[in-house]
Design a binder for this molecule. Structure first.
Ligand code: ATP
Ligand code: MG
Length: 336
C-alpha cells in the first residue's frame, strides 16, 4: 500500500514561561490512502500538537518543529511556502478541531464560510460553490439545509455545529482528514450518526482519516490501525486487532484496562493507570512511562527504548519486548 502522508521523527517544542518543553519527541507514522488511523493516549500526550503540526497551524510565536519531516505525497510540507500550505489546507488536507468554534467565524453565515473556501481554493464560481455548500449540508444531515446556510454558527446546537464543521472540512474532497475528538462533546446518538457519516464519506471519496480520540469504542468502530501516544512519543502502533488483542506495551495494556470498550462485558471493572504523566520540561533519557510501569527494569531508567517489531505492521518501544535488552536486565518471569 502506498502512503499518502508520512510523519518522520517529528519533534515539536514550545517556549513557555517556565522554559522549553518538547511536546512531541520523535513521532513517526504513515497514513495510507483511504484508511483510518486512530491516535489514542492520555490528555497532554501530544495528539493535538501532532495534528496541528501536520497542518502547520501551531502558534507561531512560541512553537517550533525542531526536527523531522512531514511528507504529503512524498513532498515535504515543512518546505512549502505559507501560500502553498494554505492551498493544501483548503483542498488536500483538512482538519476538524477539538473545539468546533476554532474553525468557525462567529460573525459570518455558515453558508458563506463553506463557500469562501471553495471559491478561493477550488476556483469555483459563487453559484457552483453555493450548490456544493448546500449539497454538503444535506450530506451531513442538517435539516432544512437551504435555510440554514443563512444562519450564524451560534444559531446551531452543538451537534449541528459539529456537522457544519465536518461539512466544511469535507467540502473540498480532501485526501486526508484529521479529526481531533470530533464527537467528544456530543451525545451518544449524534456521535454515532456523525461517525457513520464520516465512514460513509470516506468510502465515497477514499479519504484517509487520522482520528484522535479518547474513546476506545470509537476506535473499535472506525480504525484500521491504532497509534498509542505517551508523553510525546508513539509507544506502540499496529492494526486494530493487534492493539486490542495483542497489546505489548504496559501503557497500552493500562489504557485498554482503564477505558470501556464497545461490545464488552460491562461488569468487568475498569482499572485506572496509577500515577501521572511526566513533566515534559525535565524528561531525560529512559522510558517516559518507567515511573508508572508495573514492570520497570533498571534499563528503563537509563536508556530510551526504540521501536521493535512485534508482528507485521505492529511495533512497540518497550525494553520488555526488545531482544536487544541484555538478559541480566530482564525480570525472571520474562526470561523464562
Ligand atoms: P488532550 O487529550 O487533552 O486533547 P493532547 O494529547 O491533545 O491532549 P496536546 O494538546 O497535544 O495534548 O498537548 C501536548 C503538550 O503540549 C501539553 O503538555 C500541552 O500543555 C503542550 N502544549 C500544547 N499547546 C501548547 C501551546 N500553545 N503552548 C505551550 N504548550 C502547549
Ligand atoms: Mg488534544
Amino acid at each position: 500500500e502506498r502512503n499518502i502522508l508520512k510523519v518522520v521523527n517529528m519533534h515539536v517544542s514550545f517556549k513557555t514561561q517556565t522554559g522549553r518543553i518538547t511536546a512531541v519527541r520523535g513521532v513517526s507514522f504513515e497514513l495510507n490512502k483511504g484508511e483510518t488511523l486512530a491516535i489514542v493516549g492520555e490528555s497532554g500526550s501530544g495528539k493535538s500538537v501532532t495534528a496541528k503540526s501536520i497542518m502547520r497551524l501551531l502558534p507561531k510565536h512560541n512553537s517550533e518543529i525542531t526536527k523531522g519531516d512531514i511528507l504529503y505525497e512524498d513532498r515535504s510540507l515543512l518546505k512549502l511556502s505559507i501560500k502553498k500550505m494554505q492551498e493544501i489546507r483548503g483542498s488536500e488536507i483538512s482538519m476538524v478541531f477539538q473545539d468546533p468554534m476554532t474553525s468557525l467565524n462567529p460573525t459570518m453565515k455558515v453558508g458563506k464560510q463553506i463557500m469562501e473556501g471553495l471559491q478561493k481554493h477550488q476556483n469555483l464560481s459563487k453559484t457552483v460553490a453555493h450548490k456544493r455548500a448546500l449539497e454538503m449540508m444535506k450530506l451531513v444531515g442538517i435539516p432544512s439545509a437551504e435555510a440554514r446556510l443563512e444562519d450564524y454558527p451560534h444559531q446551531f446546537s452543538g451537534g449541528m455545529r459539529q456537522r457544519v464543521v465536518i461539512a466544511m472540512a469535507l467540502a473540498c474532497n480532501p485526501k486526508v482528514l484529521i479529526a481531533d475528538e470530533p464527537t467528544t462533546a456530543l451525545d451518544v446518538t449524534i456521535q454515532a450518526q456523525i461517525l457513520d457519516l464520516m465512514k460513509d464519506l470516506q468510502q465515497k471519496m477514499d479519504t484517509a482519516i487520522i482520528l484522535i480520540t479518547h474513546d476506545l469504542g470509537v476506535v473499535a468502530n472506525m480504525a484500521d490501525r491504532v497509534a498509542v501516544m505517551y508523553a510525546g512519543k508513539i509507544v506502540e502502533q499496529g492494526t486494530l486487532d493487534e492493539i486490542f488483542y495483542n497489546p505489548q506495551h504496559p501503557y497500552t495494556l493500562g489504557l485498554l484496562q482503564s477505558m470501556p470498550k464497545l461490545n464488552e462485558d460491562r461488569s468487568k471493572p475498569l482499572l485506572p493507570i496509577l500515577g501521572s504523566p511526566p513533566d515534559l520540561a525535565t524528561l531525560g533519557e529512559g522510558c517516559a512511562f518507567a515511573a508508572r510501569c508495573p514492570h520497570t527494569m533498571k534499563v528503563c531508567h537509563s536508556f530510551t527504548p526504540q521501536d521493535t517489531v512485534v508482528e507485521d505492521k505492529h511495533t512497540v518501544a518497550c525494553w520488555l519486548q526488545d531482544v536487544r535488552t541484555p538478559k541480566e536486565y530482564l525480570p525472571e518471569t520474562v526470561v523464562a
